[in-house]
Design a protein around this ligand. Structure first.
Ligand code: PGA
Length: 251
């Protein structure tokens, strides 16, 4: 009942030409694979052009983070009000790179989720533990705190717009993938937390992506896990052939 959702997080990679070339391959792959949802998350500066290159395709366009305010003296920030006119439909919020690299606190991430929903942007709320937190046995405590704070002002009805991404920090860009058992256990746990915050119906309907060194060679095994509903892909989404292979995973 949950449609697989495969998203390419381009991070601070790809120049204009390679971004536009990649988009053509992604849209062709998405056209061949009508039973999955596909999205790409380019740099802000290419959103407008990528949106035009995606016109009429099934690929959704997302941004990598946004400001929690609409406008004002927030140097270097981009608001939802600037993103929607260029065709941005989604936004990844609370990505570990933002939480750990730029100090985004859990409550701030929650404020951004609220802004995104008000602007008609579907948020992907990322949660995940560091290796130290995992080794201390604190994975569940950490992802629960991030999930609860991120969804603090979201209603059950609005949850149909929200995707969760489990992104263990130790697996991002490291080549270390969580095993399907490790990821599945956290996804099950998150779904239980969603049931407590909302109800079973919301928990069962909410898509939870896995992110962290997903590649063509491991995507099918991860996607075979019942509670894994998609992937947020970094490195392997930058190459057209490899992201195509991920979109066309065997199920
Ligand atoms: P990775 O990144 O696939 O390069 O590990 C995942 C992510 O950060 O979303």
């Amino acid at each position: 009942m949950r449609r697989p959702f495969l998203a390419g997080n381009w991070k601070m990679n790809l120049d204009r030409r390679s971004a536009l070339d990649l988009v053509n391959q992604v849209r062709a792959a998405a056209d061949r694979r009508a039973d999955v949802d596909v999205a790409v998350f380019p740099s802000y500066v290419y959103l407008d052009e990528v949106a035009r290159a995606l016109a009429g395709s099934r690929v959704r366009l997302g941004a990598q983070d946004m400001c929690h305010e609409d406008s004002g003296a927030f140097t270097g920030a981009v608001s939802a009000a600037r993103l929607t006119p260029v065709g941005c439909e989604s936004d990844s919020l609370g990505h570990p790179a933002r939480r750990h690299g730029f100090g985004a606190r859990a409550q701030l991430v929650g404020a951004k989720v609220r802004k995104a929903l008000e602007a008609g942007i579907d948020p992907i709320l990322c949660v995940g533990e560091t290796i130290e937190e995992r080794e201390d046995g604190r994975t569940e405590e950490v992802v629960k705190r991030q999930l609860v704070a991120g969804l603090a002002s979201v209603s059950a009805a609005e949850m149909s717009k929200v995707t969760i991404a489990y992104e263990p920090v130790w697996a991002i860009g490291t080549g270390l993938t969580a095993t399907s058992e490790q990821a599945g256990a956290v996804h099950d746990y998150l779904r239980g937390v969603l049931a407590g915050l909302f109800d079973e119906a919301v928990a069962n309907a909410t898509r939870i992506q896995y992110g962290g060194s997903v590649k063509p060679s491991n995507v099918s095994e991860l996607m075979a896990v019942d509670s894994i509903d998609g992937a947020l892909v970094g490195g392997a989404s930058l190459d057209g052939d490899s992201f195509t292979a991920i979109i066309e995973f065997q199920n």
